[in-house]
Design a protein around this ligand. Structure first.
Ligand SMILES: Cc1cc2nc3c(=O)[nH]c(=O)nc-3n(C[C@H](O)[C@H](O)[C@H](O)COP(=O)(O)OP(=O)(O)OC[C@H]3O[C@@H](n4cnc5c(N)ncnc54)[C@H](O)[C@@H]3O)c2cc1C
Length: 387
């Protein structure tokens, strides 16, 4: 790069940290600004399912193909942040059983390896499964540790020169005519407010993307959509257990450390900073979850979490109809230059989201640099503190 351009990434969830890594790897000077701790937004409290794409194989082919593609890449580049025990889709009633062939066809169309296994075998592998299940299909789901996930990207970005500023909130955008030229920040550790100049700003603030975009008077079609998850204080499954049907509430149980987490629900909210947890959603998680793993009800609740998905799309009656894919917005099309928003997607697809965003940054700044994030194995998350 003849000139080393300075790119500011706002937000250190899975999207912002993956983007910082891609930018630094392609030679940009990168500063990441995060108002809290790393992964303190949606990423740090999500369901932790490394999607195989099975969940979307029938209803959202684009999202499903993205998932299986990225699932394979992440296994190569960040093995230390993943637990790879596969997943099961299980039929608990006749309607689920009738869905099985549609599911297997959807998986085949999306290139997701899916294996119909005998019920007896499924119960041997997962003894806490509902003994009355009627069918089981094994797919390559996994589990990620969200904090390690983000730290691995940041450790590698730091090694390539990036600066990370946690506990800094972006309170405004600097404008030079119709172009963004930096950010105003508040450092919560010192109370100081100051400005940081940059050649381009990437808005990777997930469900808060609309707030940052509004500083430049542009709109992004983000629909913050909340979901509740309930963790019980015993690890009841080793594989991810999914209900064999179209996506629904309370139809996934993810093992995470010494807990099992059942989720999720889905409803549109206005403010991602203040989401109230409806008790009926907590009850519903256990009601639906116990159909998959009856012992969920017998174990004390260890914690209840709620966060908002940054879904992209039109406002629709059923939030589950909004595609789980992502979109990068070059705000030049809105009359504001040097400003890009990336939103939607999932933690599983963060690397692909980063690639799309960095491609736009390269094109805008006239930089020619290939994406290498599919191949470059990330630094250990521990090196975030050592580098
Ligand atoms: C209930 C639920 C369950 C989910 N489960 C899964 C799952 O199992 N697997 C999966 O792959 N995906 C899952 N997802 C989706 C996934 O969590 C999100 O797509 C992903 O975490 C979004 O990451 P992000 O980096 O875009 O946003 P975030 O993680 O929210 O990061 C945005 C960051 O921006 C920061 N920020 C906001 N405003 C400012 C500001 N003014 N200045 C500085 N920083 C700011 C925030 O503090 C935050 O850390 C789930 C989502 C939900 C809601």
């Amino acid at each position: 790069m003849a000139k080393k351009y300075h790119v500011i990434v706002v937000g250190a969830g899975s999207t912002g940290t993956a983007t910082a890594h891609d930018l630094a790897l392609r030679g940009f000077d990168v500063t990441v600004i995060e108002r809290g701790e790393i992964a303190s937004g949606t990423t740090g409290r999500n369901h932790c399912l490394l999607h195989s794409g099975g969940r979307y194989a029938v209803t959202d082919h684009e999202g499903a193909v993205e998932c299986i593609d990225e699932n394979r890449v992440l296994r190569k580049i960040m093995p230390a942040s993943l637990e790879l025990n596969d997943g099961l889709f299980v039929a608990v009633d006749e309607s689920d059983l009738a869905f099985k062939n549609t599911f297997l066809e959807g998986c085949a169309q999306c290139g997701i390896p899916a294996r119909d296994i005998p019920v007896k075998r499924a119960l041997e592998i997962e003894p806490y499964l509902n003994p009355k299940i009627l069918a089981a299909v094994q797919i390559p789901d996994g589990v990620f540790d969200p904090y390690r996930f983000c730290l691995s990207f940041l450790a590698t970005a730091k090694k390539n020169g990036a600066r990370i500023l946690p506990y800094h909130e972006v309170t405004g955008l600097l404008m030079s005519g119709q172009a963004v030229s930096g950010v105003k920040v508040r450092d919560y550790r010192t109370g100081k407010e100051y400005e940081i100049g940059g050649d381009l700003v990437v808005n990777a603030t997930g469900p808060w993307a609309g707030h940052i975009a509004a500083f430049a008077n542009v709109d992004v079609p983000v629909v913050p959509t909340a979901g509740v998850m309930v963790a019980v204080s015993k690890r009841l499954n080793q594989m991810v257990v999914n209900r064999l049907n179209k996506p629904h509430d309370g139809d996934i149980v993810v093992p995470q450390r010494m807990t099992s987490i059942v989720g999720t629900s889905s409803w549109k909210i206005d403010d991602a900073n203040a989401i109230k947890i409806p008790q009926e959603h907590v009850d519903m998680m256990i009601d639906y979850g116990e159909k998959l793993i009856p012992a969920l009800r017998q174990n004390p609740i260890r914690g209840v979490m709620v966060v908002a998905r940054p879904l992209i799309g039109k406002k629709v009656a059923d939030e589950r109809e909004v595609s789980r894919t992502f979109e990068a917005f070059d705000h030049t099309h809105d009359g504001v230059d040097n400003f890009v928003t990336i939103s939607g997607g999932k933690t599983t697809t963060a690397r692909a989201m980063a690639e799309a965003t960095t491609n736009i940054v390269c094109q805008k700044l006239g930089v020619s640099a290939e994406c290498r994030t599919r191949e470059v194995v990330l630094e250990s998350y521990r090196n975030y503190y050592n580098n």
